[in-house]
Write a protein that binds this ligand. Structure first.
Ligand code: HSE
Length: 434
């Protein structure tokens, strides 16, 4: 049978990895797909010295690949929203299947893209968009299809996890570790996407849609970054038996779906709390399966290429199938998506770590306890350190039971208004993941 012809748009880290894996493993891939997969055109703005593309035709115009009648599948690896959206929509309009690693594109424009793809009867595959080489989309969409998913929680940004791991293990500074992640090619073009949780929110938006059968709603995701975390809080969390991770949490509740990315204390004995460096891990809890954990490289050249090429194999296998009988893009049939709302952060529920800088007076602890108990907030544990010599303030660290966020916001305002409390109360959410 004739090989399937693929056009790779973007020959950066992931594009060159995809080209190299397709070439190196061509025989194995053809045995799996049932046909060869040939790169028939590459679009690149500038040559990549790390990729020997041989005699493969090259163009500088990505849209030429979408318009090339020879090409069956367009692989979009240029990133960003604008040109990538135009390229993908053009490829779909021309009846071509699409494989993309672009989480921002899917999270923000996925509803539109999938609607157009359904009209044209083509596949848009996006395994590489979430957690790099970990096949978590396939697992959630197909392997766990029997389940009502209760929650998904993941370390889904390698750069952020690398920074937190290095800070905790080696006491390195934030800018120093970020510069290394950029040099290693893990960080986004704009690294604020990594450290402010935007990249993780793109990925969480996609996971939540597939888990709960809701449309993609990136604009409703809550994001909080890791830039304000201090080594003091990392140390206190450790002393209380927790690790701080930048976690994406999507949880189904009776009121709606929680969709939030923020620094999170996790009990140190959970496997996911021990995921370090650029590695990613996603926990999925389903009513039938219980808790599952998917772990691996969440970024990098060949791990991400692994997911892109697996999608290509899937596309090749499904090319001759009836579009109505393919796995739906977002796991659920498009006419069966739910309008269960995404909750605002004020309505989300979690436990909390609080650090209060208090004056060393009798009765301060009683005032703090009374503010919390007046709002029904139950204290799980408390730790008080000696007064700091320079200011005489006592760091008081509390872990609470689960509480709706708006009650905690009110309690923190009341705590900060106390004469015996100095400065802002530090608040970090806690998830036990059980
Ligand atoms: N910047 C991302 C990360 C790349 O650090 O995880 C993979 O999406």
């Amino acid at each position: 049978m004739k090989p399937v012809k693929v056009g790779i748009c973007g020959l950066g880290t992931v594009g060159s990895g995809t080209f190299n894996v397709l070439k190196r493993n061509a025989e194995e891939i053809a045995r799996r797909a049932g046909r060869g997969i040939e790169v028939a055109q590459i679009a690149q703005r500038r040559p990549n010295p790390n990729c020997d593309t041989g005699s493969t035709p090259i163009t500088a115009d990505v849209l030429a690949v979408a318009d090339n009648p020879e090409i069956d599948v367009v692989v979009e690896l240029i990133g960003g929203y604008t040109l990538a959206r135009e390229l993908v929509l053009r490829a779909i309009a021309n009846g071509k299947h699409v494989v993309t690693a672009n989480k921002a594109l899917i999270a923000v424009h996925g509803n539109e893209i999938f609607a157009k793809a359904r009209e044209q009867g083509v596949i848009v595959a996006f395994e590489a968009s979430v957690a790099g080489g970990i096949p978590v989309i396939k697992a959630l969409r197909e392997g766990l299809a029997a389940n009502r998913i209760n929650w998904v929680a993941g370390i889904i940004n390698g750069t952020g996890n690398f920074i937190l791991s290095e800070m905790r293990e080696k006491g390195r500074t934030f800018p120093d570790v970020l510069a290394e992640a950029q040099a290693l090619g893990y960080a986004e073009a704009d690294p604020t996407f990594d450290v402010e949780g935007i990249d993780a929110a793109h990925k969480l938006t996609i996971l939540a849609s597939i888990a709960f059968g809701i449309p993609l709603q990136f604009d409703k995701a809550y994001t909080e970054g890791i830039t304000r975390l201090t080594t003091a809080d990392v140390g206190y969390a450790e002393a209380l038996g927790y690790r701080i991770k930048h976690l994406g949490v999507a949880r189904s509740t009776a009121q709606g779906i929680e969709l939030r990315v923020h620094p999170t204390l996790i009990p140190a004995d959970r496997l996911i709390a021990n995921v370090n460096g650029v590695m990613n891990a996603v926990m999925v809890n389903g009513d039938a399966v219980g808790s599952t954990l998917f772990y691996g490289a969440g970024a990098g050249q060949e791990p991400t290429a692994s997911a892109v090429v697996a999608d290509l194999v899937d596309v090749v296998r499904a090319m001759t199938s009836d579009p109505e009988n393919r796995v739906p893009h977002l796991a659920f049939q498009p006419d069966a998506l739910s309008d269960h709302p995404v909750l605002p952060i004020e309505s989300c529920e979690s436990a909390y770590y609080l650090r209060i800088q208090a004056k060393d007076h009798p009765g301060v602890l009683a005032q703090v306890a009374s503010i919390l108990s007046d709002r029904g907030i139950n204290i799980e544990s408390i730790m008080q350190k000696e007064a700091e010599e320079h200011d005489g303030l006592v760091p008081m660290i509390l872990i609470t039971h689960r509480v709706i966020e708006r009650h905690m916001v009110e309690a923190i305002a009341a705590l900060e208004a106390l004469d015996d409390v100095a400065g802002d109360v530090v608040r970090i959410r806690v998830e036990h993941l059980n």
